[in-house]
Ligand binder design. Sequence first.
Ligand code: MG
Length: 459
Amino acid sequence: MSARILVVDDLEANRRLLEAKLGADYYEVLTAQRGEEGVQLAKREKPDLILMDVMMPGGIDGYEACRRLKAMPETRHIPVIILTTLDDRDNKLRGLQAGAEEFLTKPIDDVQLMARVKSLLSLKVVIDELRAREANGKRLGVIDEDLRNDPLEQHRLVAGNVLVVDDNLTQIKSIKAALGVEHRVTVMGQDEAEGPPDLCVVSMTARSFDGFRVIARMRSGEATRHLPILAVVEPDDKQRANRALELGAHDIIGRPIDEEELVARARTLMRRKRYMDALRHRLDQSLELAITDQLTGLYNRRFLMGQLTPLAQRAQCGGEAVSIMVVDIDHFKRLNDTYGHDVGDAVLRDFAVRLGTNTRPSDFACRMGGEEFVVIMPRTTGDIGCLAAERLRRSVCGSPFVAPGLGHPIEVTVSIGVAASEESDESVDALLKRADEALYEAKNAGRNRVIGKTSPRAA
Ligand SMILES: [Mg+2]
């Protein structure tokens, strides 16, 4: 996988070295000499990964640059690896707390660097895919711009469920002490889970199970595929650390576990999971918005046309008949004028429920707009379609509607036109037009009735 990596370091020798190492693996490398310059370049060029030096003369240091990158919506999804010669605990924590995904000490171990780069980039591919789909949704008008910042901010909340897979009691105790402050921690095989986990901590040094197998199984399981995994390894066991990353662990922590480091790594992993969950959720939601009528929860016109076209084509090609009914609530304007729009909306919602209970699971009930509804009935001939329409009509006029805030029930009736596309070669528009004509006839004949029109050839 090729990617663009931004290297921010004040020393030319360091930049050259990293450029050579990364270039040898076919990564494209951008460079900056100062923290501020790095932030601006990242904002403009949107690299896939950033390697950030800490000590840079003049202006901001690497920690501050990282904090700024993680605070901007345009760059917060780009993973950052902090590189430094300061190999002490405080500096490592500062880096992680600034939001960096990883902290590596110079001189850089090539294998370790490449393992982390690959692991972070593979995650970035998923994020990019989600972001691209969201951008598409916005362009198509399916994702509402107004909603934009709101749900994505949820990733800032970090409390969640942590699942620990370990058999070392001392280590479990230390993990619980560290993460129990912010999160709900459960140990596999010991505690009852309180919900799906947001993070899994897996020991790679357990005696009673194979940690690699646990990671592999979680990566391939449907429910746990996106779950962030933090692998616990011996600090000098680079081979196992790299193997864990290759199998799909998102992060590594050395033993004995430093509780503050664990807290910082858990936060970063969970924040990223929340961010990705929020993106996925928005996509699901936008897909639903795209086909659903917001007031009634029925399908909308866009969905109707998408479904009806192939069904009608199949019927034309000698396939099974499809019938449609066009339903209009009688005197709806008068009802709105008399009682107000809130009552009108309540009637539309109540009608939608009756529509839902009087159609089959295989039918598609849609709101076309205003007080007009269409039901697509696949594999249904015109006479059966008329019976279904008659049943719906009776369910509407049979019991009055109740609107909240209104002291008395309201009598509502509907007029329905039915058309069936049997073996005719008419278009979807012509079929809808025929059902509309039938509806018009029903209105003219005094409302509260069903008129059916079967296709010319089948009649
Ligand atoms: Mg430096």
